[in-house]
Design a protein around this ligand. Structure first.
Ligand code: ZN
Length: 499
C-alpha cells in the first residue's frame, strides 16, 4: 500500500461513515424531540442495527490497514491530527465485537427511555436498574479498553483530551476552597434581590415568540439552524450548516428557557463556524467538550446576563408579558437573573453556585468508578452531597438524581467539562474585553462582531488543537482557573455590596 492508495481508501471510507453518522444524528434528534414513545422499542433496535453497520465500516480490514499505514507517515499538521484521532478511536473500537457495540447502543437508548419515564413519573425505581446496568457496562468497557488505566480517567479523557482525575482534583479543590465560603456568605444575603416576578405564569406560546427574538438578535439563522422541543435541552450538529438546538418551557420560570436557549446557541455557533475546509475530516467530531461548554456558557453568562445584552431585547419581553414585567425595570430584571441562591437544579443554577453542582457530580462519579459508592442508594448519596455543599434537600427524585439526562446514556466524565468550560470562558472574557467594547456592541445589537471574533480566535479550527492550545493562541496564556474565581468574586461582591 502506498500513501496515495491508503489516502483514497481512508477518505472514501470516512465519507461513508459520515453518511451513517448523519443518519444516526437525525434519528437521535428525532428520538429526543418528536418521536412517539410507543415506537421506541422498534426504533431503538433499528438504530442499533445501523450502529452495527457503522462498526463494520470502521473495522473493515482495508480501512484499518490504511489508518495504521497513514499513522506512520508525515501528512502535515491537519491530516496528522485527523489520522491520530482516527487511530485512537479505531484502537478502542477494535476491542469490541459488533454485538457488544449494538448491545451498548441499545442499553444507552433504553437508559434514555427509562430515565424519561422515571422523571415524568418522579419515580427513581423506574430508572435505577438500567442506571446500574450502564455503570456496570461502562466499568467493563473501560477495563477492556485499557486494563491498566483508571476507568474514570479513560472517560474524563474521552470528553476532554488530556484531562484526568489529578488535573480535575486540582481544579475542583480551588472551587471548594475559594468559592464555597464565599457562596455561604452571599447566600445569607439572598433576600437583597427580589426575583419573584420571574416565577409568575408565562405561557409557553408567548415564550416561543421571545425565543424567536433571541435567535434573531444572536444571528442564529433558520438557514442553518432549527429549534426543537425536548425534556433536557441539547444541541446537535448534523453538519456545519445544519446545527439544531432544543429548548424546554417552564411556564413558571421565564429565565429557564431564555438562558438555556442562549446557551445552546453558543454551542451551535461553535459547530457552525468551523472553517469549511475541514468539512470532510473526522476531527470535527472530536471538538473539545470544555471548549464547547466555554462557548455556550460564554453566550449564556458572560454575555447573556449583562444589562447591555437585554437593552434591545427586554422591551420586547415586557411587550409579551406586560402584566408580569410591565413595572419591572431593566435594572431589576438583570439583578434578578443574576441572583445567587443555593438551589437544587443545575441547569437553573446561577453562575456562582453552578460549579458546586458540578463538583457534586464529579465526586459522585469518582466514587462510582472507584467502587466506593453504595450503588443501591445512589439517589440518597446524591441528596446527601447537596445538603452538605449547598444546604438544600430535594423533596423528590426529579429534583435530585433524575434531573440530568447524562447518566442515562452513560455519559460519565462529561459533567466536569461544564465547570472547566465556565473557567475557560472567564479567561477568554478577560482577553476579549481588552480587544472589544462588548457592552457597546451588545447595546447596539452588533452581535455579529462578537461571533466573528470568536470564529477568528477560537472556533475556526474545530478539533485541530486541544483546548489549552486554543487558549494559548487566543489569550497568550495556558489555562488558568484564577480568572474564573476572580471573575465570580468580583461580580458577586459588587452585586451584593460586600465590603
Ligand atoms: Zn452545554
Amino acid at each position: 500500500m502506498n500513501k496515495k492508495e491508503a489516502m483514497k481508501i481512508y477518505k472514501d471510507q470516512i465519507r461513508k461513515m459520515q453518511a451513517y453518522h448523519l443518519m444516526l444524528a437525525t434519528a437521535g434528534f428525532d428520538r429526543l424531540t418528536i418521536a412517539p414513545k410507543d415506537g421506541s422499542e422498534y426504533r431503538n433496535e433499528m438504530i442499533s442495527i445501523i450502529d452495527g453497520e457503522l462498526y463494520a465500516l470502521q473495522t473493515d480490514p482495508k480501512y484499518v490497514e490504511a489508518v495504521l499505514f497513514l499513522a506512520d507517515q508525515d501528512l502535515g499538521k491537519v491530516m496528522n491530527r485527523d489520522i491520530f484521532l482516527a487511530k485512537k478511536s479505531l484502537e478502542d473500537v477494535l476491542k469490541f465485537t459488533r454485538e457488544e457495540i449494538m448491545e451498548f447502543s441499545l442499553a444507552m437508548m433504553k437508559g434514555n427511555d427509562d430515565w424519561y419515564e422515571a422523571k415524568m413519573k418522579d419515580d427513581y425505581s423506574i430508572f435505577k436498574d438500567q442506571l446500574l446496568k450502564l455503570i456496570d457496562l461502562s466499568k467493563k468497557r473501560a477495563h477492556k479498553r485499557d486494563p491498566k488505566k483508571d476507568p474514570y480517567d479513560i472517560y474524563l479523557d474521552d470528553f476532554e483530551e488530556g484531562m484526568d482525575r489529578k488535573k480535575y482534583d486540582r481544579f475542583f479543590s480551588l472551587i471548594r476552597k475559594e468559592l464555597l465560603p464565599f457562596i455561604k456568605k452571599i447566600d445569607r444575603k439572598q433576600d437583597m434581590i427580589d426575583d419573584s416576578f420571574l416565577y409568575l405564569y408565562y405561557p409557553a406560546e408567548k415564550q416561543a415568540l421571545f425565543m424567536k427574538d433571541i435567535m434573531d438578535y444572536l444571528g442564529y439563522s433558520s438557514s442553518w439552524g432549527y429549534m426543537g422541543l425536548t425534556e433536557h435541552p441539547f444541541t446537535n450538529g448534523f453538519s456545519r450548516n445544519d446545527v439544531r438546538v432544543t429548548t424546554n418551557y417552564d411556564e413558571h420560570n421565564i429565565s429557564a428557557a431564555i438562558f438555556s436557549l442562549i446557551h445552546e446557541c453558543g454551542h451551535a455557533f461553535y459547530e457552525h463556524q468551523v472553517d469549511p475546509k475541514y468539512d470532510n475530516l473526522i476531527f470535527i467530531r472530536y471538538m473539545s467538550s470544555g471548549m464547547h461548554e466555554s462557548q455556550s456558557r460564554f453566550f449564556e453568562n458572560y454575555l447573556g446576563r449583562r444589562k447591555s445584552f437585554f437593552k434591545l431585547l427586554y422591551p420586547k419581553l415586557q411587550g409579551y408579558f406586560p402584566e408580569n414585567l410591565g413595572n419591572v425595570s431593566l435594572d431589576d430584571f438583570i439583578r434578578a437573573v443574576n441572583k445567587s441562591k443555593c438551589s437544587l437544579i443545575r441547569t437553573e443554577a446561577d453562575e456562582l453556585t453552578y460549579p458546586v453542582h458540578i463538583l457534586i457530580r464529579y465526586e459522585l462519579e469518582k466514587l462510582i468508578f472507584a467502587g466506593k459508592a453504595d450503588l443501591e442508594h445512589l439517589d440518597e448519596l446524591w441528596d446527601e452531597k447537596y445538603e452538605k455543599y449547598l444546604g438544600v434537600k430535594a423533596k423528590k427524585a426529579s429534583e435530585g438524581i433524575l434531573q440530568d439526562i447524562h447518566w442515562s446514556d452513560a455519559s460519565f466524565g462529561y459533567f466536569p467539562t461544564y465547570a472547566l468550560g465556565s473557567a475557560i470562558g472567564a479567561q477568554l472574557l478577560h482577553q476579549m474585553e481588552k480587544d472589544l467594547d462588548l457592552d457597546d456592541l451588545l447595546e447596539k445589537g452588533k452581535f455579529r462582531k462578537i461571533t466573528d471574533y470568536l470564529k477568528k480566535n477560537v472556533q475556526h479550527c474545530g478539533a485541530l488543537y486541544t483546548f489549552d492550545e486554543i487558549l494559548q493562541s487566543a489569550t497568550g496564556e495556558s489555562f488558568d482557573p484564577d480568572y474564573y474565581i476572580r471573575y465570580l468574586k468580583n461580580k458577586y461582591t459588587k452585586l451584593y455590596n460586600i465590603k
